[in-house]
Design a protein around this ligand. Structure first.
Ligand SMILES: [Zn+2]
Length: 69
């Protein structure tokens, strides 16, 4: 699995990235509401082909994606 980071000004730390990847599973599998670890906005989950992106509602805040599930 290859972890890809988007080009936000503030890149997620390793901890934040693993939180987001975990959040993606919770949103995708359990339809949970998961909130941004930075600002508390709802996280959004987007699936594109065999990859996915998890991002804060504030798109300049934080996001992380994963390819090749
Ligand atoms: Zn945020």
């Amino acid at each position: 699995m290859e972890l890809t980071m988007s080009r936000q000004k503030l890149k997620p730390t390793r901890d934040e990235a693993s939180f987001l990847i975990d959040a993606a599973k919770r949103i995708a599998w359990y339809s949970e509401d998961v909130f941004c670890p930075r600002c508390g906005e709802l996280l959004t989950y987007t699936e594109i082909g065999n990859s996915f992106t998890v991002a804060c509602s504030d798109e300049m805040c934080i996001s992380a994606g994963c390819r090749g599930i």
